[in-house]
Design a protein around this ligand. Structure first.
Ligand code: Z5A
Length: 212
């Protein structure tokens, strides 16, 4: 049996993270890995879900300043990591997370311009050396991703930001992903069938390399 792993799916909105999570969960199941926990960030514990609602809400008489937004993302993340992710991994359960700390680096760092060294400090203070075993980054252009997201629902607070914000966010995602040996990059501009095929192929390749 392979030791349980922490797999993270990243990308802009409309990249197809929901589809990727399901595809990977099914692939693990086919390969006899049936104990899998799916989580999302921010969220997936009662407190973290409350933080998620707060972050997404539009206030008429107040707005989140970028530093508050970053700290709330981290608060939700630490709650989830400590309460659910680490205990699951310890009990032999694989974890697939829809987003993790790379989202903070890309959105609050790349997009909002908070100095990356501050985000790395938070990462090292609160996550220590807890890093994903694998990150699957779905690279989509903001134009395509936002058009997909808009078809589904009205845009929330973060989704309503400018195209320039999402271009900066994507640039940061790409820079980091290209440098990280534990990240698989998928072209998510393609149709859903092709994207699913590419995820399956690369995931199988990764899975076959995991030692027992
Ligand atoms: N955020 C942050 O700023 N900092 C952080 O540290 C963290 C998060 C952790 C979370 O909201 C927001 O928080 C997010 C980043 C920020 N905000 N923004 N903007 P969320 O969870 O609601 O948003 P999301 O993570 O971006 O989810 P999403 O919009 O649902 O994206 P998705 O899961 O990648 O998309 P999807 O549901 O799989 O697909 C969207 C639609 O596109 C759907 O109808 C699909 O059928 C369709 N789709 C998907 N793939 C394709 C392809 N390949 N072709 C055609 N159509 C497709």
């Amino acid at each position: 049996m392979i030791k349980s792993k922490f797999i993270v799916i990243e990308g802009l909105e409309g990249a197809g993270k929901t589809n990727a999570c399901i595809c990977i969960k099914n692939l693990l199941k086919k390969n006899s890995i049936k104990n899998v926990l799916l989580v999302r960030q921010p969220g997936s514990t009662p407190i973290a879900e409350d933080i998620r609602r707060l972050i997404k809400k539009k206030f008429n008489d107040d707005n989140l300043i970028k530093e508050t937004e970053l700290l709330l993302m981290y608060a939700a993340r630490i709650q989830l990591v400590e309460k659910k992710i680490k205990p699951a991994l310890k009990n032999g359960i694989w974890v697939i997370s829809d987003r993790h700390d790379l989202s903070s680096l890309a959105y609050q760092g790349g997009g909002l311009g908070i100095p990356k060294k501050i985000i790395y400090q938070l990462q090292s203070l609160f996550l220590n050396n807890f890093i994903p075993d694998l990150t699957v980054y779905l690279d989509v252009s903001p134009e395509i991703g936002l058009a997909r997201a808009l078809k589904r629902n009205p845009l929330d607070l973060i989704e309503s930001r400018s195209l320039f914000f999402f271009k900066k966010t994507r640039r940061c995602y790409l820079e980091k992903s290209k440098l990280d040996k534990k990240t698989i990059i998928i072209n998510a501009n393609l149709n859903i069938k092709k994207v699913t095929q590419n995820i399956t192929k690369k995931m199988l390749n990764w899975l076959n390399k995991q030692v027992i």
